[in-house]
Design a protein around this ligand. Structure first.
Ligand code: AMP
Length: 197
């Protein structure tokens, strides 16, 4: 199964992706995680991305497209994957379609987390507090000011993907404002209906 999770930062995509990985044995492909790893490793690409991410802006399409293209060409991606945080622009979505088509593959579903963007800042502040309490590193971009830029990037560049995927017919919505377990149940039922349709 090849899935895309769509939704603004803080919508709960990462949490639900982890559950899908456990349930279906999929690969979790988060471009945010991959970019953070590259930045921690100090690669030239990682260092360039680090500054952009700290501002809350999007990394150039060609950079993330190459990362995903390389990753899905690896053997373990054959078991299927859940994309979290990619694509984030229509150009990335088109590149994804093209790279999958070249491999004779396609997406099974795109699931959009429907959330109230105004409430997301609270979630992000909570996420930072929880990480701090657990002694985990706090993401620099989980800061209310940077978060506003991330949300603005979402509205301007990522939100148009809903229409893009609605046209291709495999966009499904879940209410991302519900408690975590309820969102998981909605996802299960969407996928169940979709994969048995
Ligand atoms: P995330 O962990 O998905 O919230 O991503 C953190 C940051 O990484 C974003 O704010 C962007 O700066 C960058 N990033 C992650 N994925 C992408 C993408 N698909 N396109 C452009 N930038 C991305």
């Amino acid at each position: 199964m090849r899935l895309v999770l769509l939704g603004p930062p803080g919508a709960g995509k990462g949490t639900q992706a982890a559950r899908l990985v456990e349930k279906f044995g999929l690969l979790h492909l988060s471009t945010g995680d991959m970019l953070r790893a590259a930045s921690a490793a100090g690669t030239p690409m990682g260092l360039a991305a680090k500054e952009i991410m700290a501002r809350g802006d999007l990394v150039p399409d060609d950079v993330v497209v190459r990362i995903i293209e390389d990753r899905i060409a690896e053997k373990d991606a054959a078991k299927g994957f859940v994309l979290d945080g990619f694509p984030r622009t229509v150009a990335q979505a088109q590149a994804l379609d093209a790279m999958l088509a070249a491999r004779g593959e396609k997406l099974d579903a795109v699931i959009e987390f429907e959330v109230d963007a105004e409430k997301l800042v609270d979630r992000i502040v909570k996420r930072a507090e929880e990480a701090k309490r657990a002694g985990l590193p706090v993401r620099k971009d989980d800061d209310p000011t940077v978060f506003e830029t991330r949300l603005a990037a979402y509205r301007a560049q990522t939100a148009p993907l809903s229409a893009y995927y609605r046209e291709t017919g495999f966009l499904k919505g879940v209410n991302g404002m519900e408690p975590i377990d309820a969102v998981t149940r909605s996802l299960d039922s969407v996928l169940d209906r979709h994969t048995h349709a």
